[in-house]
Design a binder for this molecule. Structure first.
Ligand SMILES: [Fe+2]
Ligand SMILES: [Fe+2]
Length: 217
């Protein structure tokens, strides 16, 4: 098990996050096991298939939020374009599979997201429930960003290096959208406290999952 990587201040704003991002930290409390990228590289078909479904689930998750909260104008304004972006990422991953002679294949069990769902608090107000969902999306964006950064810097395939760099930038923008939407619906102190709890819980979950080269998370 890797040592959990505690930092004094959890980055919260996009600017703080990008500063940490340069320092290879993000807001995440546990860096990805360095063995992951080596084994991921050996199973690139599995990684691309799993990644395609991550993009599909990201688009679906935004669609669900739009359908569940149609009265929230800001949410609609910010998430409708994210659906299109996530869907275009899905198309681009399919194109990478096609170029390599691989098929989409079936969706794999997402143990990471299943475990993350346990972080969500039940009950509370409609706004608190919305913030739980927004922070869950922000968390998955942050971890995806970290994984894409690792792939862009370490993968031998030059086309995939560029591809993952572009996606890393795009997912960082989505992270910003989810955090700023959470602050629209609950006070900043509440969101910041809850975000820290999400980050620490995620680190514990990740430390207990096996390192798998056939999964993006
Ligand atoms: Fe994406
Ligand atoms: Fe995203």
């Amino acid at each position: 098990m890797l040592e959990v990587f505690f930092i004094k201040d959890v980055p919260f704003t996009f600017e703080e996050m990008m500063m940490d991002f340069k320092n290879n930290v993000l807001g995440l409390q546990l860096p990805t096991d360095p063995r992951w990228v080596d084994i991921a590289q050996m199973s690139i078909e599995d990684i691309l298939v799993d990644h395609a479904y991550c993009e599909q689930k990201a688009a679906s998750s935004c669609i669900s939020l739009i359908v569940q909260y149609p009265e929230r104008a800001k949410l609609i304004e910010m998430l409708v374009p994210v659906v299109s972006e996530e869907w275009s990422h899905f198309e681009r991953v399919i194109e990478q599979l096609r170029k390599r002679g691989y098929e989409l294949g079936k969706m794999r069990k997402d143990e990471y997201v299943i475990a993350l769902n346990g972080i969500l608090k039940k009950g509370g107000t409609r706004e608190q429930q919305l913030v739980e969902k927004l922070l869950m999306n922000a968390l998955i964006e942050a971890r995806s960003c970290e994984r894409f950064k690792i792939l862009s810097q370490n993968i031998k395939d030059e086309e995939l290096q560029k591809f993952y760099y572009e996606l890393m930038v795009s997912e960082a923008g989505h992270y910003r959208n989810f955090i700023s939407l959470a602050k629209e619906y609950m006070p900043e102190d509440y969101v910041q406290q809850r975000w820290k709890e999400f980050l620490f819980a995620e680190a514990n979950i990740l430390s207990e999952l096996n390192v798998r080269g056939d999964r993006m998370h």
